[in-house]
Design a protein around this ligand. Structure first.
Ligand code: HEM
Length: 402
């Protein structure tokens, strides 16, 4: 969310700044560490004040003692790091050293007795590859597949009608609170989905259409908006999930509903307040929503991540979970509006037609009737948003007229 291109920027900065000296040593100005291919070969021993054989012998003695004491400790330390003491290939010159560093080979500082260090965070390159070569093409394909599925549904199934038309008897389905949190979550989700897709695919799709400078403004707005609305979505999710939990507990009949093709089968399998497809959506939203929320917190507040690799991993999780949820949200939005007659009014007015309830959720209606909880409180007298056939309302009007 809050990262932009910073996830791989680390290695690029090093790449630009590395200065390789002709003797095989390079300097990383940002780190102020001279990196050396040959380790010990590059040590420059002071010799100005040492004159005569005695001095040389003394120096050799001190060197041997120091070597006896420190080298085993140094080797043990290198083994502890599980890396060979100095693996850079100096024979290939500066280019070879640079290639080795980019592959993550440990380098030794010119200061003696320091352990080899990994100068470049090479996971940035892997992250960039996963994002550009896996998530973008596969995610893009999956989203196009979802749109294609909806077009096919609209062409061949058209709209699942209310069998036998409307009864005109409304049944209360959702409370005002449930409807409010649903539309609140849906609005924030749509904003995040649009801004997130701009960040993931905008370069490829928008630059050829609107040009680079306009895209820079759009991408910057998308990034700011995404960072701002991310935490709001977490709040929305924490309100929405408990509000719909009770009727989304899974049962065997839900698997049967899915296995028999739901309302695409000739006789729709019976279901409770929510069917197998709706419960699948609820639980996907729970699992992937929480993954998006957790990883999003890291990305929005990178300072709390212990290391860069946490952010790279979070970003991959975040993008994959987002593509999954957006794909299912597209299906949910279609089936919750144009795809099924009489469904949307439940989420707008709070009430559905009794015939709709009997056709799609007969177990729920039976349960309401058995408990004496079936009510039309707060509902309009006859639900007819499409101007369709409302026999009960028509009969009542005819009765009143005669
Ligand atoms: C803007 C497009 C959307 C439309 C038209 C829409 C429509 C609906 C409708 C009509 C229902 C009630 C279904 C029924 O009575 O059985 C519903 C339920 C629900 N919607 Fe949406 N919705 C949309 C977006 C979203 C989004 C983006 C989310 C979540 C991020 C969401 C989460 C839910 C949940 C959790 C339920 C309860 C049903 C269940 O648990 O599966 N909706 N939606």
């Amino acid at each position: 969310m809050g990262l932009g291109s910073g996830l791989s920027g680390h290695s690029r900065t090093l790449n630009d700044d590395l200065v390789v000296a002709p003797h095989g040593c390079g300097a990383l100005p940002g780190f102020a560490i001279p990196v050396c291919a040959g380790g010990r070969k590059s040590m420059n021993w002071p010799n100005g004040e040492l004159h005569g054989r005695l001095g040389l012998l003394l120096l050799a003695g001190v060197f041997l003692i120091l070597q006896a004491v420190f080298v085993p400790a140094e080797q043990a330390h290198a083994q502890q790091l599980d890396t060979p003491p100095n693996t850079l290939d100096q024979k290939t010159g500066p280019a070879g050293i640079w290639r080795d560093l980019r592959r993550g080979k440990p380098a030794r500082e010119t200061r003696p007795f320091t352990p080899p260090v990994q100068a470049i965070q090479i996971e940035g390159e892997e992250w960039r590859k996963v994002r550009n070569e896996w998530i973008r093409p596969i995610g893009g394909g999956v989203l196009l597949f979802a749109f294609g599925g909806i077009i096919l549904f609209a062409l061949f199934v058209r709209r699942v009608p209310i069998e036998g038309g409307r009864s005109g008897r409304p049944v209360s389905r959702f409370t005002r609170y449930q409807r409010a949190v649903h539309w609140f979550t849906a609005s924030v989700f749509i904003l995040l989905a649009i801004s997130g897709l701009i960040l993931l695919f905008g370069r490829t799709i928008l630059i050829p259409i609107i040009g680079k400078s306009a895209f820079a403004a759009v991408a910057s707005a998308a990034k700011q908006g995404h960072n701002l609305f991310g935490p709001v979505f977490i709040v929305a999710l924490l309100l929405l999930l408990p509000a719909f939990f009770r009727h989304n507990r899974p049962f065997w009949q839900d698997l049967a509903w899915l296995a028999r093709g739901g309302f695409l089968s000739r006789r729709e399998p019976p279901s409770g307040k929510f069917n197998g497809g709706e419960k699948l959506w609820y639980w996907l939203l729970t699992v992937f929503g929480l993954i998006i929320a957790g990883s999003g917190i890291f990305l929005d507040f990178p300072a709390i991540a212990p290391a860069l690799v946490y952010l790279q991993f979070s970003h991959i999780l975040h993008a994959v979970a987002a593509v999954v949820l957006i794909t299912f949200a597209i299906g949910h939005a279609y089936l919750g509006s144009a795809g099924v007659e009489g469904v949307l009014e439940g989420m707008t007015t709070g009430c559905v037609d009794e015939n709709w309830a009997r056709q799609h959720h007969p177990l729920w209606l039976e349960e309401l009737e058995a408990k004496g909880e079936k009510t039309a409180r707060g509902c309009p007298r006859a639900v007819d948003p499409d101007g369709g056939d409302v026999p009960a309302a028509r009969e009542a009007a005819e009765e009143a007229a005669s």
